[in-house]
Design a protein around this ligand. Sequence first.
Ligand SMILES: Nc1nc2c(ncn2[C@@H]2O[C@H](COP(=O)(O)OP(=O)(O)OP(=O)(O)O)[C@@H](O)[C@H]2O)c(=O)[nH]1
Ligand SMILES: [Mg+2]
Length: 476
Amino acid sequence: MEYVVVGNDQGILIPDLARFRSGPGRLKGLRCIHTHLHGEPLSQEDLTDLALLKLDLMLCLGINSKGISADLWYAHLLPKNNSGQPWTVEHVPDIGRLRFDFSAFIIDLEAELAKAGAGLGMDERERAVLVSVGKGARREAEESLDELKELARSSNLLVVDCIIQRRTGGDARFSLGKGKLSELAVRSLQAGANLLIFDGELSPAQVRVLTDHTEMKIIDRNQLILDIFARRAITREGKIQVELAQLRYLLPRLITKNTAMSRLTGGIGGRGPGETKLEINRRRVRERIVLLNKELKEIRRQRQERRKKRGNRGVPVISIVGYTNAGKSTLLNTFTRSHIRVDDRLFVTLDPTSRRLRLRDREVIITDTVGFIKDLPGDLLEAFAATLEELHEAELLVHVADMSNARLADQIESVDRTLNSLDLAEIPTILVLNKCDQLDEIQTARLAERLGGIPISAINPTTLSGLRKAMEDVIF
Ligand SMILES: Nc1nc2c(ncn2[C@@H]2O[C@H](COP(=O)(O)OP(=O)(O)OP(=O)(O)O)[C@@H](O)[C@H]2O)c(=O)[nH]1
Ligand SMILES: [Mg+2]
């Protein structure tokens, strides 16, 4: 079946094609043919649209002084190549001389794009391109992207490309121009990706600009973290907390997608009927937030009652805190011979777990809880307030850090900052440097001295005696 969409001299209305032929390496199956009345070749704007809309072809036809067609130019996208050029432009002096089996050509091109995208073969995972845009130092951006990669991996995504763009100059807000966006679109297409993940937080205005110009799925770091939490939540309380955080984050970012509007002329028209639908969506979200809050309140009440009972018995509580993936659950397992789930992924533990532990012949309760991360989304922190509230009852915090991690110092600082913001800085804290088995003795001793922490290897019980003694000294 073939369709023809006809525009006028003002522009052309392209229907919403977001779900149409979208797969790795697929182009839109759409050729844009238009006239340039002054004999000028394809403009930068034409080429940008070619990339953003993943068109099969962008063609412009010149008209000579007698109104008869003269020169024509056409452009199409290219698979990944050495020149780095995302498209090629051809010039044909006379339409009568255009000999080109375009259908056959486009089939070949799509096959090549798909091949480049498929890379390692049959991988069912969603393919993502990570993007860092901002003003900070390049090194910081790279480190932050490393963590974003781990987050993506923890969310079961395949990272196929990373793009870092540094901005110099006065503009503190980053803005992504159409040109940069089209480069992102082409690189994503060439890598067979359909998901762009921005490091940092996208404001509602930025989300609007991005979704207006591309048909790719676009999320930011916070949404990725929320997604991981959503996958991991097991208990009713955990699930409600995560959903609440997601809805709160989503609400200001709910926008109608402007796809049915002319994009080739910069979006004439308006958001007309979409607006009302948007309001309905917003209202639904608000209603759901009220409902979930009610349910959460009831769960919190029950939780408080349980806590009161436990509190009456006067058993001291020790809480394990720390950056995600530092080895908190492993430490609890080794101390109490338990089998909480442990994995080399971020945010494996969401729901708090408590176990009994004997210290100097007396019983204490040791708890493991959700890990922290730099710039933990505020909505998430708020949603988890009830879970984290239990930390206030602790007589001692054991702060577990991963000493084999290149970002150790930053991670310790992030955790300290989070503890501060939760008003927990007053509780006595022992800093534990975990995974000392990954370093040699000299490195371990040096780091332990510099940071004032106790080195351990949570997988090896014989390394825990120093920590045990330090815990006893604080508790008794
Ligand atoms: N080499 C080494 N690996 C360790 C050590 N302790 C923990 N690990 C590993 O580090 C990874 C994370 O451990 P977890 O105990 O799940 O970490 P966590 O702090 O509970 O992480 P989240 O619950 O995801 O926040 C796992 O693959 C563990 O096997 C250690 O002392 N040495
Ligand atoms: Mg854990």
